[in-house]
Design a protein around this ligand. Structure first.
Ligand SMILES: [Zn+2]
Length: 476
């Protein structure tokens, strides 16, 4: 069954005197819903003073509810468009945006444009208007969310461990709150965020299906004050708003531990390293990341090693132990680049990002299409202007924006045309590689800079322990 919300308001004193009371509006709306097969799921009503102010809290709450959960609703039923928004311009804007962004129809039961010529024109214009006012709705939604948040009610989804209760506030989700408690407990007992994530991702673990845990996700939960019963949203902050899952003392302790462990972790861990972002596991395609490990020497001293390791393996052990001494891999990569720079390898044997040409032509097609689309949009704006839906200033502003967009696309197209024609220029390629190599072996250059240089010539580097193989895919 189609689901609808009802919106009713008395917008002016004059209207209240005329006696189209809210009750009368609601009755007619309900009749309409019943006759047309709609199930009414919610009523939003702005009465008296609140209906006159620009706030219209119920209206904003409605827009916000629909926007945050568009699949639940099919239509908004209103009496006449002038009750839906302050004026006709507003009305058509909201109608357009609700339809485009949420696939929700606004039906004014006392005013039907129908399927005739006027109806068709209105449809066409609505598309243009929606584009014109996109950010307007975003602002309105934010206002509505603020109104909700001020009452300590959930805006959007509840965080893990909570559900949204009938009163709109968080209430404890008994099952999932156990996960939250467990995370805090483990952390307090000395386990790190990455290790907790790994635990939760293990196949045998009962939380396995919840989500793919990362140390970041664990960290986010540990830092979320919501679990102590505090509600925050932008600058709204309400203490004791909902039941706590974690005691304030435990939460405080965890924040101190987080600070301490952060300081303790060598800042080195966050330094850039040469192969950051380009190294991939040959077998599973996952990223490879830096990993530290230490070994006790016979003397009792610890020696630290730096490895490059498959992330998939680190995360849930579904790949094999594809790990390598960082130094070895870095050396091998620089050596390979050196060979290319000296022209020792025939160009045909070098993997020069093979997908390049097809990538470019697909992109080119896309740009061509967008350009055609822009012509269409120009026409639609004119229609909207001629029909009096947007005024001359708006038309000018909008057309200016489109013109800029068009010029930008034309420039991109031109650049791509040039590249489509060009075969790879061997000398140029070798020179680029040689320059890069000089930077890579220069001791006076920072790691960050070396990394950037490597990124400028290499698309990715596939590494396999099983096959003892390093495959470099160059960019051109
Ligand atoms: Zn792997």
């Amino acid at each position: 069954m189609k689901k609808a919300v009802l919106y009713a308001r008395v917008s002016t004193t004059k209207q209240s005197e005329q006696g189209v009371s809210i009750e009368a509006q609601l009755n007619q709306l309900k009749d309409y819903a019943a006759a047309n097969g709609y199930q009414v799921v919610e009523e939003y009503i702005d009465r008296g003073e609140s209906a006159k102010t620009s706030d219209r809290p119920a209206f904003q709450e409605m827009i916000s509810d629909i926007k945050s959960d568009p699949d639940t609703y099919n239509a908004v039923l209103i009496h006449k468009t002038d009750r839906f928004a302050r004026n006709r311009e507003d009305s058509i804007v909201y109608k357009s945006l609700l339809r485009r962004d949420c696939n929700v129809d606004v039906i004014s039961i006392k005013e039907d444009f129908g399927d005739g010529a006027v109806g068709k024109m209105v449809e066409g214009i609505m598309e243009v208007v929606a584009e014109f006012y996109s950010d307007n709705l975003a602002k309105e939604v934010e206002k509505g969310q603020y109104h909700i948040a001020k009452q300590g009610k959930a805006v959007g989804k509840a965080p893990l461990g909570y559900k949204i209760g009938e009163d709109g506030k968080y209430k404890i989700d008994q099952e999932k709150s156990k996960i939250v408690k467990r995370i805090f407990k483990k952390y307090i007992n000395g386990q790190g965020t990455a290790s907790i994530a790994l635990d939760f991702n293990k196949h045998t673990h009962k939380f396995k299906d919840e989500r793919n845990w990362s140390d970041m996700a664990i960290g986010t939960i540990l830092k979320n004050e919501v679990y102590t019963g505090v509600f925050t949203w932008q600058d709204v902050r309400i203490e004791n708003n909902h039941p706590a899952i974690i005691s304030r003392d435990d939460f405080k302790l965890v924040q101190e531990l987080l600070q301490k462990r952060k300081k303790k972790r060598s800042s080195k861990k966050y330094d850039a390293y040469l192969l950051q972002g380009v190294a991939r596991c040959y077998e599973c395609g996952g990223k490879m990341h830096r990993n530290f490990s230490s070994q006790k020497l016979a003397s009792g001293k610890k020696k630290r090693y730096v490895y490059l390791r498959c992330t998939t393996y680190s995360k849930d052990r579904t790949c094999y132990v594809n790990h390598h001494r960082m130094k070895d891999i870095e050396e091998a990569v620089v050596q390979a680049i050196d060979k290319v720079s000296k022209g020792l390898i025939p160009l045909n044997d070098i993997e020069v990002a093979k997908t390049k040409q097809t990538d470019i032509s697909a992109k080119y097609e896309g740009i061509k299409e967008s350009l055609e689309n822009i012509e269409n949009r120009f026409d639609k704006q004119m229609e909207a202007f001629e029909a009096g839906v947007i005024n001359l200033d708006q038309l000018k502003k909008y057309q200016k924006r489109l013109k800029q967009e068009k010029e930008e696309l034309q420039n991109q197209a031109k650049e791509l045309e040039g590249r489509l024609d060009n075969e790879i220029d061997k000398d140029l390629f070798i020179k680029k590689i040689k320059d890069a190599k000089d930077t890579l072996v220069n001791d006076n250059v920072s790691i960050q800079q070396k990394k950037n240089t490597l990124h400028s010539i290499v698309k990715e580097i596939k590494i396999s322990k099983k096959q003892e193989l390093i495959e470099i895919i160059y960019k051109f």
